[in-house]
Design a protein around this ligand. Structure first.
Ligand SMILES: [Fe+2]
Ligand SMILES: [Fe+2]
Length: 313
C-alpha cells in the first residue's frame, strides 16, 4: 500500500467527487428503567448494577450533545454506528435510542448494527430491534425483517453491516456471526467487488483473530478473516472496546485496514475520552483513495477537536 505524505481531510482532492461518513460507536446513551422483579435473576441485573455504580458517570449526555454539535459542523454525508446504544437492552432503552437516532438523521443517512449490550438477554424482536428497523435495513428492504449482512450503497461505497450481537452468559461479552451470515457475506463481498465498489464492513466486535481476550472476543473471527481473505474488502470498522485502535487484517495479498472507535459518549474519567472518526473516500486515476480524521472530546472546552489526520491507499 502506497503511503504518500499526509494531507488534511478538509482539503478537497482537485476535481474529485468524494463521499464522507462518520463512524461512531458505543454511545450507551440510555437510562435503564428500574428492573422488574423477574429481571433480578437475569443478566440484566449485573448490567444494571454496573450502570448504576460506574457506567452512568462515564457515558454522558453532555458528550453526546457536543458530538451532535460537532457533526453539525463537520457535516458528513452519512453516519455509521457500530452498536451498544443501550446498557441492558430494555425496550424502553430501545425507544430512547430511536429518538437519538432520529435526531442524528433519517434512516437513509444513518446505518446501524447492534452491539452485545443491546442483546443482553433474548428479547422479542417486536419490543426491541423493531424500533430500529429502518436504521438496520438493507436499501429497499421493506418487509420489516432486518437481515444481515445489510447492504447500503452510497456514491460507489458499499456499506456492509454485520450483526455480532448475541446474548451470552454473565461476565461474557462475546459476539458471533454464524455460518449463514458468513456465507451471505461472501456473496455480498463478491457481488459488490465485481461492481468495483469500495467495500466497508462494519460490525460491533473486533474482527481480527486474537485482537481481544476470550471474554470479549468474536468467536468466529477466524472464519470472518477467511471470508475477507477470499472475497476481499477495502475497510473494516468496529467498536466494543471503547478505544481507538488500528490493525491490519492479513489476507495473503494486500492487508485490509481495521479501525476501532472509542465510545462516542465517554467523558474520559475511566479511560479514553469520547471520539469518532471521519472517513473520506474518492477515486483518483481509477484507484480508491481513503483519508481519515479522528476527532476527540475535550472536557475543558466541552467540544470535539481534531486528534489525528492521515491518508491511506
Ligand atoms: Fe460498549
Ligand atoms: Fe460491546
Amino acid at each position: 500500500m502506497a503511503n504518500p505524505a499526509p494531507r488534511p481531510l478538509t482539503e478537497s482532492p482537485a476535481g474529485a467527487a468524494y463521499f464522507t461518513f462518520a463512524h461512531l460507536s458505543d454511545p450507551h446513551l440510555s437510562t435503564p428503567a428500574p428492573l422488574p422483579p423477574r429481571d433480578w435473576c437475569s443478566k440484566r441485573a449485573l448490567g444494571y448494577l454496573s450502570w448504576y455504580r460506574k457506567r452512568r458517570f462515564e457515558h454522558r449526555a453532555e458528550v453526546l450533545a457536543a458530538l451532535q454539535r460537532d457533526l453539525a459542523q463537520t457535516r458528513p454525508d452519512h453516519l455509521v454506528i457500530t452498536g451498544d446504544l443501550t446498557h441492558i437492552g430494555q425496550p424502553e432503552e430501545f425507544a430512547q435510542a430511536r429518538r437519538w437516532l432520529e435526531a442524528l438523521g433519517p434512516p437513509e443517512r444513518v446505518s446501524l448494527v447492534p452491539g452485545n449490550h443491546d442483546s443482553t438477554v433474548a428479547a422479542p424482536w417486536g419490543e426491541t430491534y423493531a424500533q430500529w428497523e429502518s436504521y438496520l435495513a438493507t436499501d429497499g428492504e421493506t418487509d420489516g425483517a432486518a437481515r444481515f449482512p445489510s447492504l447500503r450503497i452510497r456514491h460507489g461505497v458499499a456499506l456492509i453491516g454485520l450483526s455480532t450481537a448475541v446474548p451470552s452468559p454473565p461476565l461474557l461479552a462475546i459476539g458471533r456471526l454464524g455460518t449463514e451470515q458468513l456465507a451471505r457475506l461472501a456473496e455480498v463481498l463478491t457481488e459488490t467487488g465485481n461492481q468495483g465498489l469500495f467495500r466497508v464492513i462494519y460490525l460491533h466486535h473486533a474482527p481480527v483473530p486474537g485482537q481481544d481476550n476470550w471474554r470479549k472476543r468474536l468467536v468466529d473471527a477466524p472464519a470472518l478473516a477467511a471470508v475477507v481473505a477470499r472475497c476481499g474488502a477495502e475497510l473494516l470498522l468496529h467498536g466494543h472496546n471503547h478505544r481507538t485502535r488500528e490493525f491490519q487484517l492479513e489476507t495473503g495479498g494486500r492487508p485490509v485496514p481495521v479501525f476501532g472507535a472509542a465510545s462516542a459518549s465517554a467523558v474520559g474519567a475511566h479511560g479514553e475520552p469520547g471520539g469518532y472518526c471521519l472517513y473520506r473516500i474518492w477515486q483518483e486515476h481509477g484507484d480508491w483513495q481513503l483519508a481519515l480524521e479522528r476527532r476527540r472530546y475535550d472536557h475543558n472546552s466541552d467540544s470535539f477537536m481534531v486528534a489525528e489526520q492521515h491518508r491511506l491507499c
